[in-house]
Structures are given as C-alpha cells and as structure tokens.
Design a protein around this ligand. Structure first.
Ligand code: SF4
Length: 444
C-alpha cells in the first residue's frame, strides 16, 4: 500500500529508540494537536514544512512515533482518549485533503473501510454486471462534465455497511448494497472510520503497558502533565461545571440543546440519538446520574404505567451507560459541533429555514420579552446556516448575550462555558483566563 507517511494508523516506525527521545516526539505531537484549533493550515505548515526532500518524511516518522506513545497514554485515561480521538480526527481530515495524492487516498479508503469494501467505478461496473446501467453511465458523465469539479476528485464505490450515515441520508447512488459517489462526499464517513480505528488501537495499546518500566514511567509523566493542560480540560472536561446546578439554567444551553430540551419538556418524547445528545450534555454540565435518572423517568411519556424499578432495568441502563457505569465503562464526551452536524441534531443544519428563523426569534423573545428580534441579522444567520453552521451559531451568540466572541463555537460546551460566565454562574479558572480575555463587550 502507498499510505502517506503522515498517516498514523500503519505499522509503527522503528520503536527501538531512546525513551527520552520518544517522549519528546510525543510532546511535539501534543503541541501540534493543541495548536490545531488556532488555524489548521498554518499550524500544519509550521510543523510539517512543505519540502520535497526526505527531511519531511523523517519529520512525519518522528511525529508518528509520538502519536504511538500518545495512544499508550490515552489507554490509561478516558478523558485524554476522548480528546486524542477528536483532535487526531481533525488532523487526519486536514492532512487527507491537503497532503494526499489520489493513489494514497485510494489506499486510505482500503485501509479504513477494508479492501473488500472498496471498488473503483470501472471495477464496480464489471464485477457487479452493471455495464448496461444507464443511470450509472449518466452519473459518470455528469461527474466528468461538472463545472468547477475538483481535479483530484474521483468516483468511488463503498459497501453500504461502512457508510451508514450516507445510506440513511441518501448521499450517493445506492446499488446492490454499494454506495456510488464522488470521493469528496465520503470524507465525513472516512473521518469517522479513522476515529473508530484509532479507538481500537488505543484499546490494543493497553497490552503494551506494564511490560517495560521506563515506558510506563514516560506514559505516567505525560498523562500527568497533559491532564494539567488548559485546552484539554476546558474543551472536554466538566470539572468547571461541577456543583453549579447548571441544568436548571437552560438560558446557558446552546441552540441545539435548548431545542431538544424544550421539545422533550413539551412532548415527553425524543428519538434515541437526541436523548443521547442531551444526556451527554446534562452529564457534562454537572447533572448527577441519579438526578438524570429521575428526570427521564418523570418526564418521559413512555414511562406511564412503568415503575421506577422497571425503568432502571431498561432506559435506566442506557443512562447509567452514558455515565460510564455500564457496558464498556467509557466516560463519553459531548460530541463536538461537526459530529453533531452529521450524527445528532444541530438546528443550523437540520431545521428548514423558516422553522429555524422562528426558533431563533422565539429563543430571543424568551430572554428579551418585549424587544423585537433583530430580523435582518437573524435572516443573515439563517441564510448561511446550512453551509456553515458553526459560523451561524457564533454569530447568533452575541444576539442573545450582547457580547461578541473572537473564537468560533466548535463545541456545545464552549457556548455553555461562555454563557455561564456572562450570566455570572461560573467564575473562570486561572488557566482559562487567556481564552476568555479574547471576548469583548460590544454595543449591540
Ligand atoms: S453549532 Fe454546535 S453549539 Fe451551535 S447549535 Fe450547532 S451543534 Fe450546537
């Protein structure tokens, strides 16, 4: 396979190295991952200068070694695991689109989906006896004659089991158990497959712990230092929300969560994925498992005529699961906005424009009862929402809180954190001061 050197899910480079040097490689990788939200193209360019010579391959190899050690660290700490998988997923997404040739892309498809689950267009036509399929021929023609088509894009076919989201959202042409589409439209599923594989690698990495004392010591040191890092704590930990009773302050909920919360309060029903989304969020803003069990038991219409004991055995199990108290005992994080956009519910993605407008106006009126909502600004937000939901959300924040953010909203907990601070519900911790000082009051 012609996998690119930056791709971390391949056989590890030579591990016969000095542990101290290995630790340095891991720290360089941490720096890269931590800086990523500041601008992926600049950060990647700083760490991986675009050169044609072998030195870049050496740099990639060293970073891959660092990534390998970080997997051992993640195997010891669930929170770090969640952070690592999400940020490595983002880096993968960028390097795949920016530093990968067409041949390498094919090999990444095969590596992540399995070679038996990937075919090129011609192969599909012959192997599946689709030579006479006019729709397929039309698809080929349209793809090759599309104006503004990205030249490195190509048609590909992936078995439906690998891309469930594309199947349920009817992305691509479904034929004989395969999804046929252009390479670009598979990128979201490819990223998910990467994150899934990385998670499996983290689990496997547990076997390497307890074998070599100096490696164990290096892992422990990195784990302790990483846990102190601001960005990891502020993005993915709930420590700052603990004991604040924020679940009774829906005014600090981001639009996605307030929409689901209100719908559940009104109807007593939510589909499974939406229950999970709000459940993760309530957990991370400090709701205890007992409070959440009682909340769902009392409010859900499905629990009429069900005793609390029966509820604990059925839905209660799922709630305990999301607290890491059942099953794989994983302390699940709240998904970030890009994951929510593809797999859960974001109003800026999933509501039709007229309904979104109404929802944003009503949400404004809940707070500023007698004031007229700023219709022009809301219309502008609605018009850009589908193509750039996080930008729309970031633009909506100052309308609600009369304060601007200089950081884009990329995670629901970020909205909750800024909102709680502006509402005086939490006091920023010292380590986070730098991020908050970037927000300024505006005269809206
Ligand atoms: S952009 Fe993110 S925080 Fe905002 S509504 Fe959508 S998912 Fe929620």
């Amino acid at each position: 396979m012609a996998l690119p050197d930056w791709f971390i899910l391949q056989s590890p480079p030579n591990l016969d190295i000095d542990v101290k040097q290995w630790k340095n490689f891991a720290w360089n990788r941490v720096k890269l991952l931590e800086q990523l939200p500041q601008g992926r193209s600049r950060v990647v360019r700083d760490h991986f200068p675009p050169t044609d010579d072998d030195s870049l391959n050496q740099i990639y190899n060293d970073y891959r070694l660092g990534a390998y050690l970080l997997r051992l660290v993640a195997a010891t700490n669930r929170r770090l695991e969640a952070w690592l998988i999400e940020t490595e997923g983002d880096l993968f997404e960028y390097l795949y689109s920016d530093r990968t040739t067409v041949n390498q892309k094919w090999d990444i498809f095969k590596s992540l989906f399995g070679s038996e689950n990937v075919m090129n267009y011609e192969e599909f036509k012959y192997k599946m006896d689709e030579k006479q399929n006019e729709y397929l021929a039309d698809l080929y023609h349209q793809f090759h004659s599309a104006r503004g088509r990205v030249t490195s894009d190509f048609l590909t076919c992936v078995h439906f089991t690998q891309v469930p989201w594309m199947v349920s959202n009817r992305r691509g042409y479904l034929r004989k158990g395969w999804v046929v589409s252009n390479e670009i439209s598979f990128r979201g599923s490819l990223k998910k497959a990467f994150e899934h594989k990385l998670q499996e690698e983290v689990v496997k990495a547990q076997d390497l712990l307890g074998v070599n004392e100096s490696i164990d010591q290096a892992v422990q040191e990195i784990e302790q230092n990483l846990a102190k890092h601001t960005q990891i704590r502020s993005q993915f930990s709930s420590a700052e929300f603990e004991g604040r009773d924020l679940q009774s302050h829906p005014e600090i909920f981001p639009p996605c969560m307030i929409h689901l919360f209100s719908e559940f309060e009104k109807t007593g029903r939510l589909i499974h994925a939406h229950r999970l989304q709000i459940g993760f969020f309530l957990k991370k803003i400090g709701m205890t498992v007992d409070d959440q069990l009682h909340y769902w038991f009392e409010k859900s219409v499905d629990n009429l005529n069900v005793t609390y004991e029966e509820f604990l055995r059925t839905s209660g199990y799922q709630i305990r699961h999301l607290y890491g108290l059942e099953g794989g005992k994983k302390d699940y994080a709240v998904p970030k906005c890009s994951t929510i956009a593809t797999s859960y519910f974001c109003p800026f993605v999933h509501l039709a424009p007229a309904i979104l407008f109404k929802f944003l106006s009503n949400n404004y009126l809940t707070r500023y009862k007698s004031l007229t909502p700023p219709e022009n600004r809301l219309e502008r937000i609605v018009s850009q929402s589908g193509s750039n939901p996080t930008a729309a959300c970031t633009e909506y924040f100052p309308i609600i809180f009369k304060k601007s953010l200089y950081r884009k909203i990329v995670h629901p907990l970020q909205w909750a954190r800024y909102a709680s601070k502006f509402e005086g519900l939490i006091v920023e911790q010292r380590e986070s001061d730098s991020s908050i000082s970037e927000e300024v009051e505006t005269n809206q």
